[in-house]
Design a protein around this ligand. Structure first.
Ligand code: PLP
Length: 400
C-alpha cells in the first residue's frame, strides 16, 4: 500500500526545510533561536507590488491564465532579459512558472531520461541533485573547493563532461557560497562547452541582483551567444523583490524546450497564480530602487558577518561576492567536544550543537555537498546578526 515512487524513495528531503522544522520545534518548546538558516530576504515585499496584487483581485483577475504565463508578464520578462542581460528574446521565448524551482524542475523533467547525467558543481543548492534524481537521472557532482573560490574551473568541467551529460548547472551568485563568476570565468567555461554540442546549460540567476563590491553580473548566454540555443536562463522575483511566498519564477531558452516545459506544466500546475503574476508584473516594470537598496543592505551585512565569523576561534570564512550567504569552514571544530558533552564529529554535528546549545540555526555544508562547512544566511537585521555571531563565538570558545 505505501510503496512509493522509486525515484522519490531515493531522494532526500530538503536539508534547509529540515532545519527550519527543527527551529520551529525548538521555538515551540520555549527556546530562543536566531535562525540563520532560511534562504529568504527578511524584507517585506515592496508596497507597490502588494498594491498591484490587491488591485488585480479587485479587478477580477482571479482566473486561470495561459499555462506559460500572462502575455503582459511574458513581455515584461522578455524586456527584462533584453534590458538587464543583453539577451535578444521575444515574449514567446519566455515561460513563467510557480517559482524558479518549478522552472528548473520542469526543464529537467522535460528532458531527462534514465542514464542521463547532470553536472552539478558542489557546493550546490540542495535541490539540484535531488531534482535530477527525481527525474530518474544521475547527478554528476563536481567538487569545487575553497581554493577555486567554490567555482567550477574549465578543467574540472572538461573532466566531468561525457557522452551521457545532458545538462550542466551553473549558479551565480551561488547558494550556498555567495560565489560570483566573473565574465572571463564564464567565457572560459563557455569555451569548453562549445566543444560539447549535445549538452544543455542551466544558468540559475536567481541571486542576480544581490551582487557586491560594484561588480557586474554576467550570465553565460550573454557572454557566449553561441550557447544561447541550448541554454535555459532562469530567474525569478523571490530573492530580488522579497517575494518568496508569491511563487513566481521565469526563464528563457530554446522554444522546443519551453514548449516541452509548458506541456508538462499544463498537466501539472497550469499557469502560476494570476494574482502573483500581476504582482510580478509590477515588480519587473516598476522602479529598481528596492533592488538597489536591498543589495546595499546585504553588502553591509556581508561585511559584518565575515568579520565577526572570522573572529570566532575555529571558523574561517572567505568574502562572498553576492547572495546573502556566508560559507564558513568549521574544520578546526571537528573532533572537539561541547560543554554539554556532544562530540563534533562532522559539520552536521556542529550545526546541531549550535542550534541546541547556542540557539543559532545554520545549515551544515555537507547538505550542499561540501563539508566541513556551515552556511550562514544573513537575512536578518544587524542586531540579530551581531547577537548570533556573539553566540557562535561563545560556542566556539567553550569547546574542549
Ligand atoms: N535557485 C536557487 C539557487 C535558490 O537558492 C532558490 C531558492 O532558495 C531557487 C532557485 C528557487 O527560488 P524560488 O522557487 O523561490 O523562485
Amino acid at each position: 500500500l505505501q510503496r512509493l515512487n522509486a525515484h522519490l524513495s531515493k531522494a532526500q528531503p530538503s536539508a534547509t526545510y529540515r532545519m527550519m522544522d527543527r527551529v520551529a520545534a525548538r521555538r515551540a518548546s520555549g527556546a530562543k533561536v536566531i535562525s540563520l538558516s532560511a534562504g529568504e530576504p527578511d524584507f517585506d515585499t515592496p508596497a507597490h507590488i502588494c498594491d498591484a496584487a490587491i488591485d488585480a483581485i479587485r479587478a477580477g483577475h482571479t482566473r486561470y491564465t495561459q499555462v506559460a504565463g500572462m502575455r503582459s508578464l511574458r513581455e515584461a520578462v522578455a524586456a527584462k532579459f533584453r534590458r538587464e542581460n543583453g539577451l535578444d528574446v521575444a515574449w514567446e521565448d519566455t515561460i513563467v512558472c510557480s517559482g524558479g524551482k518549478q522552472v528548473i524542475y520542469n526543464a529537467l523533467a522535460a528532458t531527462l531520461n534514465e542514464g542521463d547525467e547532470v553536472i552539478v558543481p558542489a557546493p550546490y543548492w540542495v535541490s539540484y541533485p535531488e531534482m535530477v534524481q527525481l527525474c530518474g537521472a544521475k547527478p554528476s557532482v563536481v567538487t569545487c573547493g575553497g581554493d577555486s573560490g567554490f567555482k567550477l574551473t574549465p578543467k574540472a568541467l572538461a573532466d566531468a563532461l561525457g557522452p551521457r551529460t545532458r545538462w550542466v548547472i551553473l549558479n551565480s551568485p551561488s547558494n550556498p557560497t555567495g560565489a560570483v563568476y566573473a565574465r572571463d570565468e564564464l567565457a572560459a567555461l563557455a569555451e569548453v562547452l562549445l566543444a560539447h554540442p549535445h549538452v544543455l546549460i542551466l544558468s540559475d540567476d536567481i541571486y542576480e541582483h544581490l551582487i557586491f563590491d560594484g561588480a557586474t553580473f554576467h550570465t553565460i548566454a550573454q557572454v557566449e551567444p553561441r550557447l544561447m540555443p541550448r541554454t535555459l536562463t532562469m530567474n525569478g522575483v523571490s530573492k530580488a523583490y522579497a517575494m518568496t511566498g508569491w511563487r513566481i519564477g521565469y526563464g528563457t531558452g530554446p522554444r522546443w524546450l519551453l514548449n516541452a516545459m509548458e506541456k508538462l506544466q499544463g498537466q501539472q500546475t497550469s499557469g502560476a497564480s494570476a494574482i502573483s503574476q500581476h504582482a510580478a508584473l509590477a515588480a519587473l516594470t516598476g522602479s529598481p530602487q528596492f533592488i538597489r537598496e536591498a543589495a546595499s543592505v546585504f553588502e553591509r551585512r556581508r561585511d559584518l558577518m565575515v568579520e565577526l565569523l572570522n573572529q570566532a576561534p575555529g571558523l574561517a570564512c572567505a568574502r562572498p561576492g553576492g547572495a546573502f550567504y556566508a560559507f564558513a569552514s568549521c574544520k578546526d571544530l571537528i573532533g572537539r567536544t561541547t560543554p554539554a558533552g556532544t562530540r563534533l564529529d562532522d559539520d552536521e554535528a556542529v550545526a546541531g550543537a549550535l542550534l541546541d546549545e547556542a540557539g543559532v540555526a545554520v545549515v551544515q555544508g555537507s547538505a550542499f555537498g561540501l563539508g566541513p562547512y556551515i552556511r550562514v544566511a544573513y537575512a536578518l537585521d544587524d542586531e540579530a546578526l551581531a547577537d548570533a555571531c556573539r553566540a557562535i563565538h561563545r560556542f566556539c570558545e567553550s569547546l574542549s
